[in-house]
Design a protein around this ligand. Sequence first.
Ligand code: ADP
Ligand code: AMP
Length: 212
Amino acid sequence: MNIIFLGPPGAGKGTIAALAKEVLSIPHISTGDIFRAAIKNETPLGKQVKSILASGELVPDALTIDLVNERLKEDDTSGGYILDGFPRTIPQAEALETFADIDFVINFTVERDMIIRRLSGRRIAKESGKVYHIIYNPPRVEGICDITGESLIQREDDKEEAVVNRLEVYERQTEPLIEYYTEKGLIRNVDGSDTPEKVLASFLAVIGVDKS
Ligand code: ADP
Ligand code: AMP
């Protein structure tokens, strides 16, 4: 199954994808994670996108589309995948149609004040890639990753100024995709405000997968 995870920043797309990929045995492809890894490794791509990510603006369509097109050619995608954070614009969605067949677009819905609470408390571990929340999903030891023992950090774009900009970018450029995919009959709405386990269960139910 080829699935898109849509929804505002902080809706829980990455968190649910990390759980769902184990259940469905398909890769979780996050364009945000790919860009952050490139920045961490100081690759040419990383240098190109670093300031864009910090500001909360979007990376240019052409670059992002090429990146995803190449990623979807890898062997691990043959049994399906979860695309998290792509497409984010209408041109990206149109381009995706030329190289992928999408089965479902999951629209995670969460109220704005909860989004702000989630983003302001999000902490990440750069090495393990694990995502925490200081209140909703804390590590066993404060500020330390359960898996690697590394110190947790706050994403540059989770700081207050960038968050406001990212929500505006989402409303202007990404929200129109809900209508785009509704017209194609692909949208499935999932209430993202419940616990991760319950959101995962709702997601599996809408795609017709029995977890037991
Ligand atoms: P997205 O990938 O949509 O930007 P994340 O999955 O990174 O969102 O989640 C944003 C923050 O909210 C993280 O700190 C995460 O731990 C927390 N979070 C995610 N889903 C839930 C949930 N269902 N309940 C409570 N907190 C959550
Ligand atoms: P995310 O981890 O999904 O919140 O993405 C973090 C940042 O990466 C975004 O704010 C953008 O700057 C960039 N990014 C991720 N996915 C895309 C995309 N599909 N198009 C453009 N920029 C993206």
